[in-house]
Each structure stands twice: as C-alpha cells, then as structure tokens.
Design a protein around this ligand. Structure first.
Ligand SMILES: [Zn+2]
Length: 361
C-alpha cells in the first residue's frame, strides 16, 4: 500500500474486494476454518453473546482473567488458525479498547475499528470475512458515548480531507435523532444509538451474505453502546425484530379479517384455505369430515354477516400467534356472539389457522 501513494485506502481495498468477491460472494464457498477444528461452528449466537456478557461483567467488577494471552495461545493460534467467536465493529476512539471491555484475548474477537463505527464497503467486506469465512455466530456494532464523529455530524462541524466520505454514513442517524425534536446532550445520546442502528441497517441492506446467515439462524446481529464514563456496555433492543413483530401483527390481523370476510360471503374454498392443511375442527376425526361439515354449514346459511370486535393479537414468536376477539354472527334465522380464539402459524409466507376455539365469556 505504501508504494502506491496515488491510491486511497478505500480504492485499494475495494480493488481487493473485487478480487475475492468474484470467488466468495456467490454463496459462502469458503470452508470455515472453524469446521476443520470443530470450533467455533458449534458455538451458538446466544452462547457467543453470553461469553461477551460474562467477560464484560468480569471487566466491570475488576475481576478480569485477561484470558488467551499466553505464549501457548500465541503458538496455537499461529499454527492452527484463528477461530474467533464474535465479529465486532467499534469506534477507533482510544477509550473503547474492545478486547479489554469484554475481557478477551488473542484469537477471540474479530474486530473492525473505524471512526464512528460506520459500516461502509470495507467494513461490510471485513464483517463478511468474520461472519462468513471465520463463521463467527455473533456480530456486534458497538457505539460509545461522547463519540466525536457522531457529535461532529450532529453539530454540522466542518471537516476536511477524507473525513466527509467517512462520516456521511452517520448523517441519516443524526437526521433521525433531530426529527425527534431532541436537543443538547439528549440529541447526541440519541444520535449515537441511532448510529449503531444505522450501521446494522447498512450491514443488512448491503450484504446478502450476512442477511442470509442471519435468516438461517447462524448469525445474530446485535447493537450496543459503551459508556466511556463508567465502562459499562448498554445492549440495545433489536429494532429489526421489533419491526418484524409489528409486521407479523398486521399480517395476522389481515388474515383474521380476510377469514371473516370469506365466511360472510360463503366463499367456501377460500375460507377453507385459511386453515392449515393439518387442521380439522373438533370433534371431527379428519380434515375431510370437517371440510364436509363446513361446506354444508356455509352453503346452507347463505350470506351472513360476521363481525369482529375487540381483536387482540399476541405473538408467541416470529411464526406463531393468537387472535382473540368477539365474533358476532348474524344470519337469516340465527344470531349469536361468542368470544373466540384463533391460533395461527406462518406457513410459506401465509398466516394459517391451526386452532379455533370458543372461549367462555
Ligand atoms: Zn467514536
């Protein structure tokens, strides 16, 4: 690099990225070094997160073990390769010494340090190397309080050289924090959190490899803010899963109203398709018997009105939820109102009913 003064770091690294991108990017063709030795592919994302949390607790309580700093570890990692259990993107700030904060040693953490813990092309490529090639099950973006890079962007400070290109990744985070009407210290604190979320978003939006690993459950992506005042790490709630939960609730609501509408209109086949193939209502022994009863009931009732009131949705996890509501049935010669609970499951991108029961009012 030193003998090519006309090329910037970014140009050289992106040139390299093209070099191994051609081999690497299609679909994780690297054989993880981890598999060769049996570690850390056996480490789950939650286990890796737990190790970081335990190390941080040791750091905070002054009981650090400063593990893996022995001559034996140096020799081992040199001869057998590296098997870190987490990839981290943190700021270059000298007050954020990543290995120390988490009480880890040689070969434990794959660390990307860049001012403002941004995730641009080079950082994303490096994160892909950590999570993909080295198979770390955890990727953490660590922001920190009093971050100069974030503060400069929020305050609109003039910066020169190559710094504008570096900090432009922080701009959307600063805008989001400002849009909340915050000012002073509160604005900076919020922008620092938003900037962690921004890096996570940039990683997900610009790396198919990382999102693929995340969807497979092989990688967990987490945000954190390190407090330089007292040395503590604040783990940020997962905004993506919060957004997913909101989407899932909306989808369940839609499925319930669609089910009620199809029943009202006696659209028998589409009504039956609202139920999972394995579903058959009690007391029917099988799907066929249940379907026959439902066909007969819907067709003989003619057009009815089915109302849904007081709908409450709860999610058990990303793929399972329940909808509880007051169901009003108004037919030609019959009407009733019952409290009902539908249990739904996400199957092939569709929320299907797997359970239906009338609750005691
Ligand atoms: Zn910083």
């Amino acid at each position: 690099m030193c003998d090519s003064p006309r090329l910037s770091r970014r140009t050289i690294l992106s040139g390299l990225a093209v070099g191994f991108g051609a081999i690497v990017l299609p679909k994780l063709p690297w054989i993880p070094e981890a598999l060769a030795s049996g570690a850390p592919s056996s480490v789950t994302p939650d286990q890796a997160l737990q190790w970081l949390k335990e190390g941080h607790t040791r750091f905070l309580s002054g009981k650090t073990q400063t593990p893996h700093l022995t001559a034996q570890r140096i020799a081992e990692t040199a001869s057998q390769g590296q098997h870190p259990f987490a990839t981290l993107i943190s700021c270059s700030d000298s007050r954020v010494p990543v290995e120390h904060i988490f009480d880890q040693g040689i070969g434990d953490l794959f660390v990307i340090r860049v001012a403002g813990n941004v995730a641009d092309t080079d950082e994303i490529g490096t994160a892909e190397y950590g999570a993909g090639h080295l198979a770390t099950p955890l990727l953490v973006v660590v922001g920190h309080t009093k971050c100069g890079a974030v503060t400069a962007v929020v305050k609109g400070d003039e910066v020169g050289g190559s710094i504008p290109q570096l900090v432009d990744n922080i701009v959307p985070a600063a805008q989001r924090a400002k849009a909340k009407g915050l000012s002073g210290d509160a604005l900076i604190v919020d922008a620092i959190r938003e900037n962690v979320y921004q890096s996570l978003e940039d990683l997900r939006n610009n790396s198919e490899e990382l999102t693929h690993l995340e969807h497979q459950g092989k990688l967990k992506m987490v945000g954190a803010v390190y407090h330089i005042e007292d040395g503590s790490v604040e783990w940020l709630p997962d905004r993506l899963s919060m957004a997913n939960a909101a989407t899932a609730r909306d989808a369940i609501e839609q499925a319930v109203y669609s089910w009620a509408g199809l029943w009202s209109a006696s659209n028998v086949e589409r009504y039956l398709a609202c139920y999972a193939p394995s579903f058959h209502g009690k007391p029917f022994a099988n799907r066929k018997a249940w379907e026959a009863q439902r066909r007969k009931a819907l067709l003989s009732a003619g057009v009815i009105t089915l109302s849904i009131d007081q709908l409450q949705i709860s999610l058990q996890d990303a793929n399972h939820g329940t909808a509880t509501f007051l169901q009003g049935y108004q037919g030609k010669s019959y009407q009733d109102k019952v409290k009902k609970r539908l249990t739904l499951q996400l199957e092939k991108d569709k929320w299907l009913i797997v359970g239906e029961e009338i609750l005691k009012a």
